[in-house]
Design a protein around this ligand. Sequence first.
Ligand SMILES: [Zn+2]
Length: 109
Amino acid sequence: MAKIKTLSSSLRIADTRSVKPPPKQADKELASPEYRAWAAEVKRRAGYQCEWVEASKRCYVGAPARLFADHIVERRDGGALLDPANGQCLCGSHHTRKTVAARAARLRS
Ligand SMILES: [Zn+2]
């Protein structure tokens, strides 16, 4: 019984529930049924595979990898939210690379 008491008191000390940051506010635009339909169409059109092309080779990573419906021209750069022509399906690593590159380009301009 003494051991259990010690364990429970150390668990209380390690409890971080009170210091967790509040959950991120979800982007309202990305929660709309219109956006979800756009994202589903972009992925379907791509055959549920990454469309990234580099040195004339397409990535083709697909399920079970997570896929992202990406805005080719990002919304904060004026890209249309729901235009299928502004969408492409990307795997996680290419989505990250593209997002980082777009941010860097934004900082340069
Ligand atoms: Zn990819």
